[in-house]
Design a protein. Structure first.
Length: 386
């Protein structure tokens, strides 16, 4: 068994909670690093309103002894400062682009409050807390997962560093969590213009995982293919409407010779001359960095409101405005990093098994040795082929 995650909590309830089952014993948890990721989820240029009310902090309520995991379920709680769920106003004017109308019909209520409290992206605080734990687990095996913004509205990031340290440094220095300082000013202008117009912006985030061992995932079962699982995880982030792996949709327009990555000799095992596949072939990691992107639609709540129908009166109305951010693509990139970390940690554990960190390490090292033993060293250049 790998990792299992359940979250609970409403946007204005007492807390958002995550239960993570399947972590091995012996992982020293850095609670400060979980908080840092929660803070990152609340940031990014283009937000406002509630993000200044909430200062997310995690409380670890089960699964630890003296700061180390026990191998038992880990229970994480992020309190909601704003917890007025029972007194929050009814919402009878369903907002286009939200779960409101579909959920009213599903649950049989005229009050979309009963739907939006759980549909709210506040839930992603719980997933980020759990994802931060998965990221720490992966880091102990040299796997580093980095989420960043690739495009904001029409503004695209130019170059992306292939080097994780540099990529992290640039991302953390940007108010948009983008790795391209040249794009920041254009993004700022786009956000300011959208705000002035009472409008919102979407964009694209990317998650790259460096140091991923080959052989995670499977080609044997359709629903366990790693690309399928990553796609589902990224698509499960509210407002994500498209997912790409590697070249993604761009591959459809190219010839095969411009898509598939040549296999070349390397130390230990063969490498790839390029990584257009995004590190996954046949649902299995091939040892190159895993690259996943999510396309986020513009936020549904617009300051100027959108046409709707009031469920109490049947009259034409304007959609309720709970609060108004211009964009949350930077925040979504953090959620992307979290969900990709959770899937990769699960796939690693599915490959290695192991009740303790030491056992996972032994099994992973044995797997990597066996994979490398498959390939004899490349003959010196110029030697005749057999
Ligand atoms: C981190 C994050 C923050 C979000 N913040 C907002 C927001 O402030 N306003 C809004 O209208 N939608 C926001 N959303 C998107 C909505 O939650 C989402 O569009 C809505 O629940 C409907 O789900 P769907 O777009 O996946 O169909 C946010 C999404 C994410 C990932």
């Amino acid at each position: 068994m790998g990792l299992m995650l359940t979250t609970a909590g409403e946007s204005h309830g007492v807390a958002m909670t995550a239960m993570l089952i399947g972590l091995p014993a012996g992982l020293v948890l850095d609670v400060g690093a979980i908080d840092a990721m929660l803070t990152r989820r609340q940031g990014g240029y283009g937000r406002g309103g509630r993000m200044t009310i909430e200062e997310d902090r995690v409380e670890v309520e089960a699964g630890l002894i003296r700061g180390k995991t026990l191998g038992s379920p880990l229970l994480l709680r992020v309190r909601n400062r704003d917890h007025r769920i029972d007194t929050a106003p009814e919402v009878t004017r369903p907002r286009p682009g939200h779960a409101d109308l579909a959920g009213m019909m599903k649950y049989g209520t005229r009050d979309a409050r009963e739907v939006l409290e759980r549909a709210s992206a506040r839930e992603t605080a719980a997933r980020v807390a759990a994802g931060a734990v998965a990221a720490q687990f992966l880091l102990t095996f040299g796997v580093e997962v980095l989420g960043f913004v690739r495009a904001l509205g029409p503004i695209r990031v130019g170059t992306v560093s292939e080097e994780p340290g540099e990529l992290r440094r640039l991302r953390d220095a940007s108010p948009f969590f983008s790795p391209d300082p040249a794009a920041d000013e254009e993004m700022r202008a786009a956000v300011d213009a959208a705000r002035a117009a009472g409008d919102t912006l979407g964009g694209v985030f990317e998650v790259r995982a460096f140091g991923v061992p080959p052989g995670l995932g499977t080609c044997a079962s359709h629903d366990a293919r790693l690309d399928a699982r990553l796609a589902a995880a990224v698509m499960s982030i509210p407002a994500v409407k498209g997912v790409e792996i590697g070249l993604g949709f761009e591959a459809a327009a190219r010839r095969g010779s411009e898509v598939h990555d040549p296999i070349v000799p390397g130390t230990g095992r063969p490498r790839r001359a390029s990584n257009r596949a995004g590190g996954i072939e046949g649902g299995i990691t091939n040892g190159e960095p895993v690259i996943v992107r999510g396309a986020m639609k513009p936020l549904s709540t617009l300051m100027r409101g959108l046409p709707t129908v009031d469920a109490r009166t049947g009259a034409v109305a304007t959609g309720a405005t709970e609060r108004s951010d211009v964009t949350a693509v930077p925040a979504a990139s953090v959620v992307g990093e979290a969900v990709v970390s959770l899937i990769l940690a699960d796939a690693l554990l599915a490959k290695t098994g192991g009740d303790s960190l030491a056992e996972v390490r032994r099994n992973l090292e044995a797997h990597l040795r066996a994979a490398e033993a498959l390939f004899p060293p490349a003959p010196p250049a110029g030697s005749p082929s057999p």
